[in-house]
Design a protein around this ligand. Structure first.
Ligand code: CDP
Length: 241
């Protein structure tokens, strides 16, 4: 049995992270975990309770008293392209956390260091033991700095906004493309420039630019890299007697 890896996939909004990470996990038989869903869930709760997104102390208090659970989709949901089911204090919020309002709120809340500490600890617990593909912004740099395989996914802002626009419209959204592009740019800027755990490529992450690459092609490239890494770890492991 090859050793099960921890795979960290980071990248900006619309880089295809979720779809690709989920596909990689399915191909390898690993657990898929979407760390962004946790930021989104806490943001949804903060919006519901009218907590100002700059009130770090109250947001941390809220995060501490929140129970988030990520569950795999049912086979029907999986076939429909759903990634993780998300439960916030026991209530399913899988769809609710995907609105443009929650996206912006999540990226604002994610600048709070004390909120991040709480969610990072949750993510480390959820991914312990390996055999996991976790995607986000700081997985290879902060959550799993010793992950055996780190991928930094990127694509041009226009292509990323195009994907996000298509996704929103398929769900009945009416936001014009220029607004989606502006949202993507704003979030990118906030994610890359924040003081705590900014979105950066870990020095040992493999850069996969999928501007001109399909989902399946990108996923298979990552699976190929994972098999290579497994083989390297096998041959480096001391002989068992
Ligand atoms: O799917 P998309 O790339 O649009 O966003 P997401 O992964 O669901 O994350 C939503 C927001 O949460 C991002 O804009 C980040 O600000 C934040 N986030 C983070 O700071 N660290 C992570 N590990 C994951 C998400």
């Amino acid at each position: 049995m090859p050793r099960k890896l921890t795979i960290a996939i980071d990248g900006p909004a619309g880089s295809g992270k979720s779809t690709i990470a989920r596909r990689v996990a399915a191909l390898l038989g690993y657990l898929y975990l979407d760390s962004g869903a946790m930021y989104r869930a806490v943001a949804l709760k903060a919006l519901g309770q009218h907590i100002p997104l700059e009130d770090e102390a109250r947001l941390a208090e809220l995060a501490r008293n929140t129970h988030i659970e990520l569950r795999p989709p049912t086979p029907e949901q999986d076939a429909a392209g759903l990634k993780n089911r998300v439960f916030l204090d026991g209530r399913e919020v899988t769809q609710e956390i995907r609105t443009a309002e929650v996206s912006q709120a999540a990226s604002r809340l994610a600048t709070a260091g004390s909120v991040r500490e709480i969610l990072v600890a949750e993510q480390q617990r959820a991914g312990q033991g390996g055999g996991v593909v976790m995607e986000g912004r700081d997985i290879g740099t902060v959550v799993f700095p010793h992950a055996e395989l780190k991928i930094f996914l990127d694509a041009s802002p226009e292509v990323r906004a195009q994907r996000r626009w298509k996704e929103l419209h398929e769900k009945g959204g009416t936001q014009p493309f220029v607004e989606v592009l502006q949202d993507v740019r704003e979030r990118d800027k906030r994610d890359r420039e924040r003081q705590v755990s900014p979105l950066v490529r870990a020095t040992d992450a493999v850069l996969v630019d999928n501007t001109a690459m399909g989902i399946e092609e990108s996923a298979r490239l990552i699976v190929f890299l994972a098999h290579e890494r497994e083989a390297a770890l096998e041959s480096a492991a001391p002989e068992k007697v």
